[in-house]
Design a binder for this molecule. Sequence first.
Ligand code: NI
Length: 204
Amino acid sequence: MHRNLFAPGLALALFLAPATHAQPSDRPPAAVPGETTLPQGVALGGAFSLTDQAGRAVADGDLRGRWALLYFGYTSCPDVCPTELQTMAAALDALGPELGARVRPVFVTIDPERDTPERLADYVALFHPQLIGLTGSAAQVAQAARAYRVYYARARPGDGGGDAYLMDHSSFIYLLDPDGGVRALFRPGTTAENLAAALRRRLP
Ligand code: NI
């Protein structure tokens, strides 16, 4: 259950991006397949306050100082979330230990009701030792999702009923620069090789 469409606001932001004012040095690198490159200064992202898999408070400012890959999903996702997290992990590994250590991979749940810090701790460990898992109250998660224009909603309950429900959600990997600015989005299915290439071009 994944929506690949941009939220209307994001599409608008992309249209309004002042491309003609970009200086040569601001020009984004050529995009790899699956990538939408955003010019510096596009207003996407913003303040959030969440809790990591160890129970520590993590705010948007804590992600600054390094490049980051940010993905919103949920641990009960049967297909796309695990695939995308594997792609992120494989891209970091492809960069090698030195470059890979300079990128912070982050998974934010859009299912805070089930995704407790404990559950996230077990889940992120399946993918990559650097992967940070973030959750929070329903309101905190909603604020983070709103900042990145992530769509999510609970889908119809499965036949099992009770706790067995799916979440419908948009599925992009966001590339954040060390100042927290979103510099690129990667569509589901972007390969680890291409994601690594997009990172390698930007890491000085
Ligand atoms: Ni998913």
